[in-house]
Design a protein around this ligand. Structure first.
Ligand code: SER
Length: 315
């Protein structure tokens, strides 16, 4: 039987779908969703839900003891664009929540941790195309600095204290169930909503800004796959590169136009352009493929089709 799992940040873009996926797979009562705010009625009523601040060590420890939690997925974080506006709040949230969970694992109060890293760990000096697992990083955003530091701490806690922590560097994630909040890759979700509601989208990135992206189903499957892999197969304890597709705003607009022929896009880049320019265009994830069998399933065409179909049905 599955030992209880706690998801922190369960009402966010990734947390929501992760909670549903884990509840589909296991007994709902063993998947404890938590967030600092309430989520959708469906998420909160389909299994246990706790209002919980991931930066509050004592509250976290209490929930973990109460439910006899074995695994924690720490999905609470402030994303790249918002973090540029609130650097200290982002640092405090992103780092303190991670330390809380790593320390609980060090104290053997939990057995296994998932913590997401990001392509934001890379910076302008990183090789831009097919970015390797091990390369120059030097992130220039608050969010990227917190993720790179987080990776080093995960690696440290694993080697020093034997903590079983696992991580991937997510690319931009495209999903239809929950909106992303405060990220630079959010345009690739907003564009589908606007295509259906307005037939027009004003993009905050330039038309030729190529970024690594992934459909949420791939991200969730990859995450659970990594967590279910044998401990000895996980050779990287910072975070694995993970990749599915790369495209520009012009290319995604083109795909949408095939289904919504009157769709129009205009470009008014803002401060997020500089963030996007500091990130890679494509990622080499061959080590994740080798170590635990990662393989993406969704390309841009399929993603566009599924996004438009599911968003249309949702209304
Ligand atoms: N998608 C995130 C962001 O744009 C990167 O991890 O902030």
């Amino acid at each position: 039987m599955q030992k209880p799992i706690l998801i922190l940040g369960a009402c966010g873009q990734i947390g929501t779908e992760l909670t549903y996926a884990l509840r589909d797979k296991h007994d709902n009562d063993t998947i404890i969703a938590s967030d600092i705010r309430e989520g959708s009625e469906d998420l909160m009523s389909s299994g246990p839900f706790e209002l919980l601040d991931a930066t509050d060590y004592n509250a976290l420890e209490e929930v973990i003891a109460y439910y006899e939690i074995s695994e924690v997925y720490l999905m609470a974080a402030m994303l790249s664009a918002t973090a540029e506006k609130f650097p200290m709040r982002a640092w405090n949230l992103n780092m303190n929540s991670l330390f809380n969970v790593l320390n609980l694992a060090k104290e053997k109060k939990i057995d296994k941790v998932f913590w997401p890293s990001s392509i934001a760990v890379f910076g302008p000096n990183t090789p831009e195309n097919n970015t390797p697992q091990n390369t120059i990083m030097e992130p220039t955003t608050v969010y990227g600095i917190s993720k790179q530091s987080g990776e080093r701490w995960c690696n440290y806690y694993h080697h020093k204290y034997g903590v079983d922590v696992r991580s991937v560097r997510y690319p931009g994630l495209i999903s239809w169930k929950t909106m992303p909040g405060g990220g630079t890759t959010d345009y690739a979700v907003e564009i589908f909503h606007k295509a259906l509601s307005d037939g027009h989208y004003t993009c905050f990135l330039k038309e030729d800004t190529k970024l690594p992206m992934m459909f949420m189903d791939d991200a969730i499957r990859g995450t659970i796959m990594l967590m279910e892999s044998n401990e000895e197969d996980i050779k990287i304890r910072s975070a694995y590169n993970l990749s599915a597709m790369s495209f520009t705003p012009a290319e995604i607009a083109d795909n949408i136009q095939r289904i919504v022929p009157d769709f129009e896009i205009t470009y008014i880049p803002d401060f997020r352009q500089e963030i996007a320019d500091s990130w890679p265009s494509s990622i080499d994830d061959s080590i994740a493929r080798r170590d635990w069998g990662w393989q993406p399933e969704f390309d841009l065409e399929r993603t566009s089709e599924l996004m438009l179909r599911n968003l249309k049905n949702k209304d």
